[in-house]
Write a protein that binds this ligand. Structure first.
Ligand SMILES: *[C@@H]1O[C@H](CO)[C@@H](O)[C@H](O)[C@H]1NC(C)=O
Ligand SMILES: *[C@@H]1O[C@H](CO)[C@@H](O)[C@H](O)[C@H]1NC(C)=O
Ligand SMILES: *[C@@H]1O[C@H](CO)[C@@H](O)[C@H](O)[C@H]1NC(C)=O
Length: 449
């Protein structure tokens, strides 16, 4: 899907690409209309189409993503604050490559083919705050490359095949300085085998340049080589894409994930885990994602959400759980979500028996949450009913009230009636035919109220 879209876009861009002779602000629009598709392919062909330039909140962006670029162009505006170069074909960052962009605050070079950064590649970028180099082919780099960047606060270099040898010593020391807490997180060694999978943040630098003899034993332990510490686990930072702009966003959609990845980055605001095959949410898997505002778990195979699965998501505003296999919510699952405003529940096989009551009561007690898709699919006599209506019959409203409610129709969040129901719950049930086997646990109901 993504590939197809990218291809389509490329074709579109290609065919619409104006073969400009001169570039000057006003002439451009006219040129775009006049000359079309006439350019001889091949000889000295311009490497790229125009980038997209825009302004947001007083800052200038130049979006040159997905354009097959191998370097920056001399005719780009220089007064930009954010340069987006993700998903191009850059291989080498040359000395002074960006030095004309003196106001640059962020530079996104992720998903290129960068294998070499020359020492003065970033010189002149005295305002740069964010540098994204993840998903490239870097094996080594020295601390020198960061020296021209006094303001650097965020550096992303994960999913590069770092060789943890002596040459990486100075860079590792820099990112391990405690005040550099957002530099180089999640980056891991790919070599040597004995260090594979270890985080640059955590490795013991003192051993890097000491022990260069092959097979040298550091700990003075017995003869045999230790097995490499490779853990087969899902790792968000190498499998998914992270974007810093316009706001920190983790895209793990359609990645064949079977569980929530470990190592979820902590500063993400929007997380897309949709279209995977995640079945089970365990406690505290989002505990570090404390800034998360939007979480998309749509189109998974969710059957079970354990209590405390959403612990720590204090600021979550929007959650999409549609297209899963959820039948009910376990008691307490929603307790951490103080600021939830939108909950999508469509296309789940909600079971209308007593176990669904927790969800309904929680929603009732959080009227600020707008939810959708809460429809019974089991047992057969309630299939297609709104779950709220089912709960009303369960609570034993008199048939006349029920009639009126149904006439008011779905989507009307009843006020007084619902208040009565909560009271009704603790008193007599069993006036109407009970649709379910289990008897409610009165103690739980009192806690809920
Ligand atoms: C969640 O992801 C699905 C599938 O990718 C998408 O259709 C849906 O709009 C997303 N939901 C939200 C709230 O963005
Ligand atoms: C969601 O899953 C359903 C059923 O597996 C599938 O038909 C649908 O195309 C998926 N939607 C997306 C957006 O992937
Ligand atoms: C959810 O599943 C339904 C039925 O399988 C499908 O029609 C719909 O496109 C899916 N929605 C999303 C967002 O994938």
């Amino acid at each position: 899907m993504r590939v197809l879209l990218a291809l389509l876009l490329l074709l579109l861009l290609r065919s619409a690409e104006p073969r400009r002779r001169q570039r000057s602000g006003a002439g451009e629009e006219a040129a775009r209309g006049r000359v079309r598709g006439r350019g001889r392919a091949g000889v000295n062909r311009r490497q790229t189409t125009q980038c997209k330039e825009y302004e947001e909140a007083g800052e200038k962006y130049l979006d040159c993503q997905d354009r097959q670029l191998t370097t920056v162009m001399q005719d780009w505006p220089t007064d930009i604050h954010h340069l987006l170069l993700a998903r191009n074909k850059i291989q080498i960052l040359r000395d002074n490559m960006f030095s004309q962009f003196t106001q640059l605050k962020s530079l996104d070079l992720q998903q290129n083919h960068i294998s070499l950064v020359e020492e003065r590649a970033f010189s002149g970028l005295s305002q740069l705050n964010t540098l994204l180099l993840q998903h490239n082919s870097l094996k080594s780099a020295s601390e020198e490359v960061l020296l021209p960047l006094p303001r650097l606060t965020y550096l992303r270099i994960y999913d590069n095949p770092w060789h943890c040898h002596c040459s990486l010593d100075s860079l590792i020391r820099t990112i391990q300085v405690p005040s550099n807490r957002n530099l180089g997180n999640y980056a891991k060694c790919a070599e040597p085998l004995s260090m594979k999978g270890q985080k640059l943040k955590n490795i013991n630098v003192d051993t890097l340049c000491v022990d260069s003899r092959p097979g040298g034993d550091r700990q003075g332990g017995g003869g045999g080589q230790r097995p490499p510490p490779i853990r087969p686990k899902m790792d968000a930072t190498s499998m998914c894409y992270t974007y810093m702009l316009p706001r920190p966003h983790l895209d793990c959609s359609n990645k064949d994930l079977k569980s929530i990845p470990t190592d979820l980055p902590s500063d993400i605001v929007k997380m897309d885990l949709s279209r995977n095959t995640i079945k089970h949410l365990r406690p505290k898997q989002f505990l570090l994602s404390k800034d998360l505002k939007q979480l998309n778990l749509s189109n998974n195979s969710l059957q079970k959400i354990e209590t405390a699965a959403f612990a720590g998501l204090l600021y979550l505003r929007e959650m999409d759980l549609s297209n899963n296999s959820l039948q009910y919510f376990q008691y307490g699952v929603l307790e951490d979500l103080y600021f939830l405003r939108k909950l999508s529940l469509e296309h789940n096989p909600w079971v209308c028996d007593y176990s669904i009551h927790y969800l309904v009561y929680w929603l009732k007690h959080h009227p600020g949450v707008s939810y959708s898709g809460l429809v019974c699919s089991y047992p057969p006599e309630f299939r297609g009913w709104r779950v709220e209506d089912y709960v009303k019959t369960y609570n034993g409203e008199c048939p006349k009230d029920k009639q009126t409610n149904l006439e008011i129709g779905p989507g009307v969040p009843g006020g007084e009636n619902e208040a009565q129901e909560v009271v009704g719950e603790t008193e007599g049930q069993g006036e109407l035919p009970q649709p379910i086997q289990e008897k409610p646990n009165t103690i739980e109901i009192i806690r809920l109220n």
